[in-house]
Design a protein around this ligand. Sequence first.
Ligand SMILES: Nc1ncnc2c1ncn2[C@@H]1O[C@H](COP(=O)(O)OP(=O)(O)OP(=O)(O)O)[C@@H](O)[C@H]1O
Ligand SMILES: O=C(O)c1ccc[n+]([C@@H]2O[C@H](COP(=O)([O-])O)[C@@H](O)[C@H]2O)c1
Length: 196
Amino acid sequence: MPDLRVGVLGGTFDPIHHGHLAAASEVRAALDLDRVLLVPTAAQPFKDAHGHAPVEHRLAMCRRAVAEDPYLEVSTVDIDRGGTTYTVDTLADLQSQQPEARLFFIAGADALARLSEWRDADRLLELATFVAVTRPGHVMTDSSGAFAVVEAPALDVSSTDVRRRVGEGRPIRYLVPHAVADYIEEHDLYSGGRDD
Ligand SMILES: Nc1ncnc2c1ncn2[C@@H]1O[C@H](COP(=O)(O)OP(=O)(O)OP(=O)(O)O)[C@@H](O)[C@H]1O
Ligand SMILES: O=C(O)c1ccc[n+]([C@@H]2O[C@H](COP(=O)([O-])O)[C@@H](O)[C@H]2O)c1
């Protein structure tokens, strides 16, 4: 039986936006993946977890965002493990859940720029094929050829921008799925104007 080809897009997703979804969708098609898992972090090692929306909200928004795409799924592997989220653990746990899968870890150019500082950086490239996606405003720094590179649709949207807009009372429709915009409104997220 041929290997299952599974993409893994880890993220804080505070909140998930169309840049994430377009990148996941592009990589899935470009690399002929069977599916892409969106994996919300419990606590990203380089970010202050207390500054972020509670994991329940970040997870709920991810679930709403993928509801209508048969190729995208949400995995709670990092949330279930808890503590600080290290990708070396994410990949090991996903591989033991799906021994037949070949994993493709997807990250934007900004995230991969600091890959050498990630836990067990040397081992990571053995656990998955790393896929770098282009992102407006961020230069792809890797010239080692260690990553597969996929040109994502150039959507210049960030979670920081979405949070800031909500805080300023500006629209976020068309930057995030409608179901995510509705969720943010229903739960009054980000209205304090935090922009970290
Ligand atoms: N617009 C985008 N295009 C391509 N990749 C993206 C885009 N936005 C985020 N990514 C990638 O998705 C992954 C998860 O990103 P993350 O959840 O940190 O979103 P973010 O918009 O960068 O958030 P923040 O503004 O809070 O730092 C990272 O690998 C990041 O590089
Ligand atoms: O493993 C690490 O040391 C490590 C350090 C920084 C980021 N990551 C992972 O990179 C992914 C993207 O993170 P972020 O902050 O851009 O959403 C997410 O899955 C993080 O867990 C992982």
